[in-house]
Design a binder for this molecule. Sequence first.
Ligand SMILES: CCCCC/C=C\CCC/C=C/CC(=O)SCCNC(=O)CCNC(=O)[C@H](O)C(C)(C)COP(=O)(O)OP(=O)(O)OC[C@H]1O[C@@H](n2cnc3c(N)ncnc32)[C@H](O)[C@@H]1OP(=O)(O)O
Length: 238
Amino acid sequence: MQKPPVNSLNLDLLVALRDTLVKLEKEKCKGMILTSESPSVFSAGLDIMEMYRPDHNRARKFWTTLQDTWIKLYSSPYPTVAAINGHSPAGGCLLALSCEYRVMVGPKFTIGLNETQLGIVAPFWFQDCMRNAIGERQAELALTLGKMFSVDEALKVGLIDEIAKDKADAISKAEDFLDEQSGLPALARSTVKVAFREATLNRLLKNREADTKMFLDFISMPKVQQALEMYMQTLKKK
Ligand SMILES: CCCCC/C=C\CCC/C=C/CC(=O)SCCNC(=O)CCNC(=O)[C@H](O)C(C)(C)COP(=O)(O)OP(=O)(O)OC[C@H]1O[C@@H](n2cnc3c(N)ncnc32)[C@H](O)[C@@H]1OP(=O)(O)O
């Protein structure tokens, strides 16, 4: 990802990500490493400006493109690794969680689904991804708190798989993971992957329109708009 300053996921970046994932699948990609050009941020998550005082049609397109991107990434037949070389809150954490393996550069960055802290709610499929990685108990604790994990904490709870000392080390560890996968029969590998992920995928696939409506209704609430405005001001003041 290369959208300075913080790879916030606006409609344009999501379209680019989705189209890339579609292309990789068509071209029978052997493996993908998702990382960031930024030296300190993997992705700041959803672009707050897409949710603040939104145009209804654009907000709908934004959300359905996010759903498309997640579905493509989460169900990709080829192996995927997140080389998390910076902070990874909320939607950034979702992207990492949707890969099969996570290597994160330590020690100073943080990762987690922090939505509760902003007065917004992580959608059920964000929650499912966290639950699938760290288990029901730890996911409930993390999500209700909106906890951002340090790299050490993330490793301990199973949110990431390995710690790297810098980006080059993260990429090298990610390549090791891909090398290990490359010797396996591709169809058997992808069938097992999708079997593990099917229930989570189907939950969104069967409820896409309801999920979109919930998002649009939620961001139309004055209280939510107020929370987003205050949050943007805090970020700008910083
Ligand atoms: C009842 C059922 C309800 C169902 C609800 C359905 C849907 C609700 C939607 C819920 C989903 C939300 C998922 C999300 O992803 S929300 C976004 C959450 N993201 C964050 O909280 C991250 C915020 N950013 C940061 O914490 C930091 O920026 C950082 C990533 C740690 C990087 O810090 P630093 O390097 O110091 O950079 P700055 O803070 O100075 O930022 C630079 C620049 O970028 C702007 N910015 C940062 N993050 C965002 C963002 N997410 N969106 C838009 N813009 C962002 C920041 O304001 C600065 O701008 P200026 O240079 O103009 O000041």
